[in-house]
Design a protein around this ligand. Structure first.
Ligand SMILES: Nc1ncnc2c1ncn2[C@@H]1O[C@H](COP(=O)(O)OP(=O)(O)O)[C@@H](O)[C@H]1O
Ligand SMILES: [Mg+2]
Length: 340
């Protein structure tokens, strides 16, 4: 049970850093809360000659009053940073430590000037297929290296958390809103929950990916779960589709990013046939499309009812007749955009 009140203040930040041996008792410390996080308190900390970042998960997400989730997620995020840091060291912030007393992690500070958030770049029309391919390479490298590892499976046995944070609010909440698609959505949720193959990030969205000088940096793995790697691919690809409606002028470039991501991801699938994995992406992606309009966590930028109706129409057709590959979904999306 969580008994420590929420929040990160200067005293708590100092307490965490001292326990982790990252700051001396008499060192001056300045901290500044970061904007953008919805499920955590996250702060920049400045100490003499160095900066770092401290993050602590909240029990209540800032997006929806009724969406309560277990705390302790920062422990999984820290553990994911540790594992991913060994596989793709340049593609994650370096973990500096995890404090189980307050449930907070400390990681290297990444200067936002040199590490813009990918979501913002995409919205500005900076859509580079090579970058999307690099994101996919990092994600699939983590999947490939953790696939079939019983030790990793035991460390990320977070099925109930993944259910609470992903399957319920996205797929099952959407099923409630769409009775005619409910069986299909519930089947996809069940299949996903039962597919335990590799270490999944769980929130591979452009808002959680920075574009650093050395390539993509993946953040925010508090939904980490040993489960279905197709989820990460579908989750990220879904955002590239939705952003075509947010930034219509960049739709062609966003779809080029989609193609590059999908090709690069599938080329790295070693633990099962890429056709099997592609089919699960083909099932999940339309479900996630619909979920980002009618689930508990709708994307904030689809405010025009015509855009929402468009997503519902395309996603529903793809759920009824699931495509075998991500490429087939891109074709359907392209075709629908061209004739809307
Ligand atoms: N190590 C870091 N260095 C600098 N900024 C960071 C770092 N980690 C996160 N951020 C910034 O904080 C934002 C929120 O972080 P994130 O881990 O995604 O938290 P949340 O779980 O609340 O979404 C990111 O979009 C990024 O701008
Ligand atoms: Mg985030």
């Amino acid at each position: 049970m969580e008994t420590i009140p929420e929040g990160l203040d200067g005293e708590r930040v100092r307490e965490v850093l001292q326990r982790l041996g990252l700051c001396a008792p008499d060192e001056p410390l300045a901290f500044e809360p970061l904007a953008g996080g919805v499920s955590s308190d996250i702060v920049r900390v400045d100490l003499p000659g160095r900066s770092l970042c401290v993050k602590r998960a909240l029990a209540r997400l800032k997006v929806a009053a009724d969406w309560r989730v277990p705390v302790g997620r920062s422990a999984h995020e820290a553990e994911w940073l540790r594992v991913a840091g060994e596989i793709v060291p340049d593609a994650v912030p370096r973990l500096l430590g995890y404090d189980p007393v307050l449930g907070a992690l400390a990681m290297a500070w990444l200067d936002p000037e040199r590490h813009p958030v990918w979501k913002g770049l995409l919205h500005q029309g900076h859509c580079e297929p090579g970058f999307a391919a690099a994101v996919a390479q990092h994600i699939v490298a983590i999947h490939a290296r953790t696939a079939g590892d019983p030790g990793i499976a035991a460390r990320f046995d977070t099925g109930p958390l993944f259910h609470a944070l992903r399957l319920e609010p996205y797929l099952l909440a959407t099923a409630e809103r769409h009775p005619s698609l409910a069986d299909r959505l519930r089947t996809i949720a069940r299949t996903t929950a039962a597919t335990r193959l590799a270490l999944v990030h769980g929130d591979a969205s452009p808002k959680n990916i920075l574009a650093g000088p050395g390539g993509p940096v993946l953040l925010d793995a508090e939904c980490a779960w040993y489960g279905d790697p197709a989820f990460d691919a579908a989750f990220c690809l879904n955002h590239l589709l939705l952003k075509c409606l947010w930034t219509p002028a960049a739709a062609g470039a966003l779809l080029a990013c989609f193609d590059a991501f999908a090709a690069s991801y599938l080329a790295g699938v070693r633990w099962e046939s890429s056709a099997r994995l592609a089919a699960r992406v083909g099932a999940l992606l339309p479900a996630l499309l619909l979920a980002r309009v009618d689930g508990k966590s709708p994307v904030e930028y689809l405010v025009d009812e015509r855009d929402r109706a468009f997503v519902r129409r395309v996603a529903s057709a793809l759920l009824v007749d699931p495509p075998a590959t991500p490429a087939a979904i891109a074709d359907a999306w392209r075709g629908a955009l061209a004739t809307r």
